[in-house]
Design a protein around this ligand. Structure first.
Ligand SMILES: Nc1ncnc2c1ncn2[C@@H]1O[C@H](COP(=O)(O)OP(=O)(O)OP(=O)(O)O)[C@@H](O)[C@H]1O
Length: 245
């Protein structure tokens, strides 16, 4: 078996005596798509914050491949190939779809290398490939301001994909989307996992079902249940604390 992409073992985070994460363990394999669900305050955001180095665990192990995430700052962790998409898109409205992707392609470089950066054939091909992947090729020259809510979310996913992350963390991607956009997003995330690991935090259980992935249920900062969507939805512990409320 291959080494896990992400390995959390016994992770706790204590804020002023309050345990936001309590002995949480989680393994995500290379190329795996994993959905994380759980009621409000379950610790989902705190878990993402630990993975990206925003929050230091009080106890436990957090590894990404060979790297100890508890010893690295946010910038180093991003450079290792962990991308995070927050709920609110941060695309540049005044720029076109193509220009947003171009900016994301050159942005992680040092200021000097950024100045010397040129949009050559291989960069164009890469941007073209990502536009195909996110389904926005026909909108290449449209400004982001005129895209629908869903299209803006896909553009932001594209801006992360263009940096070729090994692990992509996606926070509530379908909030506010139409049913059709939600379906499209599930298909997009299924497609992009495989060549990278993708961890999706989401409340919408129909969307989670459409991801067709293993589901992890968090509750009070710890792992409550794990398995297929049917397995966790039928788990009496889950029904009691979450789905049955
Ligand atoms: N910086 C902080 N200081 C104190 N308490 C915090 C801090 N950050 C989070 N918490 C608490 O930790 C708990 C877990 O919060 P977290 O945001 O991780 O949950 P969540 O599962 O993402 O919830 P939601 O679905 O509402 O976003 C909550 O009770 C929250 O109030």
């Amino acid at each position: 078996m291959s080494r896990p992409a992400l390995y959390l073992d016994g992770v706790s985070v204590v804020f002023d005596g309050f345990r936001a994460l309590n002995n949480l363990s989680l393994i995500v394999d290379p190329g795996e798509l994993r959905a994380i669900i759980g009621p409000n305050g379950a610790g989902k955001t705190t878990m993402m914050d630990v993975i990206t180095g925003k929050t230091r665990p009080t106890a436990g192990t957090a590894r990404f491949g060979d790297h100890d995430l508890t010893r690295l700052d946010e910038a180093r962790i991003a450079n290792l190939g962990i991308g995070r998409k927050f709920q609110k898109p941060t695309v540049f409205d005044a720029l076109t779809v193509f220009e947003n992707l171009e900016l994301a392609l050159k942005a992680p470089r040092s200021p000097w290398r950024c100045l010397r950066w040129r949009l050559d054939g291989s960069a164009r091909a890469r941007i073209g490939g990502v536009m195909e992947e996110i389904g926005l090729t026909p909108r290449a020259t449209d400004r982001a301001a005129i895209l629908s809510h869903g299209q803006r979310q896909w553009l932001e996913i594209g801006m992360l994909l263009i940096q070729d992350p090994e692990l992509l963390l996606v926070d509530e991607p379908v909030a506010g989307m139409t049913d059709q956009e939600t379906e499209h997003t599930a298909a997009l995330l299924r497609r992009i996992a495989g060549s990278r690991s993708v961890v999706v935090v989401e409340h919408d259980l129909e969307f989670v079902r459409a991801l067709n992935s293993k589901v992890t249920v968090l509750h009070e900062g710890t792992l409550l249940s794990e398995g297929s969507i049917d397995a966790v939805q039928n788990d009496p512990r889950v029904v009691e604390v979450y789905l049955g409320r």
